[in-house]
Ligand binder design. Structure first.
Ligand code: TYM
Length: 336
């Protein structure tokens, strides 16, 4: 638990590597917002993670994208006065602790990460950073003596690795790090692509395929096209018993947005056409994203104010991060 023994400490982050979509919202952002006042939170825009795929680096656009992601945190309901929100590269301690952890983490642990395998299989050559990415993630989490890491399902393995890295370091060099636990939401932890319900909804795929994801800042007409063309089953009517991946994904999204149970939803749509289900999913999505988009516009209209908030918060984050880094340096015998 936190130093004060009162509220658990939280760290989480999103990469500014594409548009934030419904999966990011339901898997991560919404649980951050829901529990923000029970916890002491650090929510980071992890731009150093976004440069691990060199082909995707956009030097001109990255700073603007980081600002956009921060604005979307606030627009989704993160209270700027009650949480620390900043950009990862503004706090150098993240990169510095990564090096220390690199030196105590066995290489084999990184080769086992399923996300690395999936990303590297699809590429001819990968950066060292892509392999090392989970160590940077561990540094993010460990710098703030984090108890809980609210994430979608695909990040659980990285949080478990963070525990292993911390445990090994503590075992070898003394008690420096707090061991974190991942928390995943009861629904929405793995939203699938609307055009391909066998694959997770993803920012990078969404850049290549129009009907893959609903992005939080998409126009309503675009959202409508994406949802109404979502893949369902080959039959024409809803049969809960035989529901395939596409129908289950739509039900999961609706359940997550409305809080209704699968049973209630199954009863409502049994024997009806898929169009009815899609219309309701569309309505629930639009109701969720409309206020987010409105609040986003207000933040986007004042980038100087946003930058000032992010700079102030980075200063505060640095104080905590520097204390933890010093403990790790002392344990290893480096640093001034
Ligand atoms: P990223 O940017 O890929 O995703 C951000 C968050 O959104 C969740 N998420 C999803 N949840 C449900 N369904 C989906 N289709 C979906 N897609 C994404 C992710 O699980 C994540 O919670 N490595 C991390 C960023 C990171 C981080 C950290 C997270 C860096 N340091 C420290 C937690 C703590 C990532 O790439 O997330």
């Amino acid at each position: 638990m936190s130093e004060s023994g009162a509220r658990p400490r939280v760290f989480s982050g999103i990469q500014p590597s594409g548009d934030l979509h419904l999966g990011t919202y339901l898997g991560a952002l919404r649980q951050w917002v829901e529990h923000q006042h029970e916890r002491e939170n650090v929510f980071c825009v992890v731009d150093l993670h976004a440069i691990t795929v060199p082909e995707a680096i956009d030097p001109k656009g990255l700073k603007a994208k980081s600002r956009e992601v921060a604005a979307l945190y606030f627009a989704s309901g993160i209270d700027p006065d009650a949480n620390l929100v900043f950009v990862q590269s503004h706090v150098r301690e993240h990169a510095e602790l990564t090096w220390l952890l690199n030196c105590t983490t066995p290489l084999g642990w990184l080769h086992r990460m399923t996300q690395f395998k999936a990303k590297s299989d699809a590429r001819e050559s990968v950066s060292t950073g892509l392999l090392d990415y989970p160590v940077l993630q561990a540094a993010d989490i460990l710098l703030y003596d984090t108890d809980l890491v609210p994430v979608g399902e695909d990040q659980v393995q990285h949080v478990e690795l963070t525990r292993d890295i911390a445990q090994r370091f503590n075992h070898l060099f003394g008690e420096v790090f707090t061991l974190p636990d991942a928390t995943v939401p009861p629904s929405g932890a793995r939203v699938m692509g609307f055009d391909d319900p066998d694959a997770k909804m993803s920012k990078s795929v969404a850049q290549e395929r129009d009907r893959h994801a609903v992005n939080l800042l998409d126009d309503e007409s675009v959202i409508k096209k994406t949802v109404m063309s979502a893949v369902t089953d080959s039959g024409r009517e809803f049969r809960f018993e035989h529901a395939g991946a596409g129908v289950r994904n739509l039900l999961g999204v609706l359940r997550s947005l409305t809080g209704e149970s699968y049973e209630a939803l199954a009863d409502r749509y049994e024997g009806r056409g898929y169009g009815d289900l899609k219309k309701d999913v569309l309505e629930a999505i639009l109701e969720t994203v409309r206020p987010i988009r409105e609040r986003y516009e207000a933040y986007a209209a004042d980038p100087a104010e946003l930058d000032a908030i992010l700079a102030r918060n980075a200063d505060r984050a640095r104080e905590h991060a520097a204390r933890t880094l010093k403990r790790a340096q002392d344990a290893l015998g480096v640093g001034a």
